[in-house]
Ligand binder design. Structure first.
Ligand code: DDQ
Ligand code: CA
Length: 273
């Protein structure tokens, strides 16, 4: 009799254990799918400002006091410039020689660092008067985007690789393959370090990828086709692709523009439901 009861108790215990395990596993499954990863965002334009329609924007960043720094491309039209946000007026400019095609730009301390297209070279300028400090070589195969978290430089070269570069030696110290749910994301272009993530324009798309700097995975996509389409609607002139992300960390303001776009936009993100 005693044996029968203990067998019954054992049986009930096992059933309880199975139920508990089962529900906790299922819970884990549910909460996993509720994690807001791989999210899509649309944008709301909260402000628009004039932008030089002849600027083939390749690098953009916000410094302070409503001042932006911008790098422009095309041989013969490449430059580094200091721009007033509200008016789009160029306050200072350093033109580049015809042989140089300006690309990514970032600011580290007083050093404004720019890479060039197809030459594995770059320049460092004084942020105050844009005078040239030095020319350097880096070991990315090509120069497209540049950004910084204040310590390390992040670089792109048009492939799916996100480079981490030591700002003292300009040597690549780490490489990550940027991927969205396991698939490589190619053509990474202009970069910005935002909210401890690396944001990248994907060349020839109206999308910005929000990349985890820890593992290179894409955490979300910002969809902005309405900006270029809106511009095209009202314009007679040709414009090129969306390119250029700047973040005002103190004011938490986000700015985007494009190559040859007559406007620069301040945007807010909204998760796509
Ligand atoms: N990039 O921004 C994708 C890195 C470069 C875009 C260049 C497009 C214009 C090509 C003009 C060729 C003149 C040498
Ligand atoms: Ca940028």
């Amino acid at each position: 009799h005693y044996r029968k009861i203990s067998a019954l108790v054992f049986f009930i215990l096992v059933v309880c254990l199975i139920i508990v395990l089962n529900t906790s596993l299922r819970k884990e499954g549910v909460s996993q799918s509720e994690v807001p990863s791989n999210r899509l965002y649309t944008v709301e334009v909260v402000n628009e400002f004039p932008h030089d329609p002849d600027a083939f924007t390749q690098g953009l960043l916000y410094a302070e006091n409503d001042t932006l720094f911008e790098s422009t491309g095309m041989n013969g039209a490449s430059s580094v410039r200091k721009v007033t946000l509200q008016t789009g007026k160029v306050k200072a400019i350093q033109r580049m020689p015809y042989s140089d095609f300006g690309e990514g730009l970032t600011l580290l301390g007083d050093r404004l660092i720019q890479v060039t297209w197809r030459q594995s070279t770059g320049y460092i300028y004084d942020r105050h008067n844009l005078s040239k400090f030095e020319k350097f070589r880096h070991d990315m195969p090509d120069g497209w985007g540049l950004a910084t978290d204040g310590k390390i430089l992040y670089g792109s070269d048009g492939s799916s690789t996100l480079y981490q570069i030591d700002p003292q030696t300009m040597k690549v110290v780490k490489k990550q393959i940027v991927n969205y749910q396991g698939d490589e994301v190619h053509r990474l272009n202009e970069l910005e370090y935002v909210y401890d993530e690396v944001w990248a324009n994907v060349w020839m798309t109206d999308c910005i990828a929000r990349i985890s700097q820890t593992d290179g995975s894409v955490l979300g996509w910002i969809l902005l086709p309405n900006l270029r389409e809106g511009l095209l609607h009202n314009l007679k002139k040709q414009i090129d692709v969306l390119n250029g992300i700047a973040w005002d960390r103190d004011g938490d303001r986000l700015f985007v523009t494009g190559k040859l776009w007559p406007k620069l936009y301040e945007i807010k993100l909204h998760p796509l439901k």
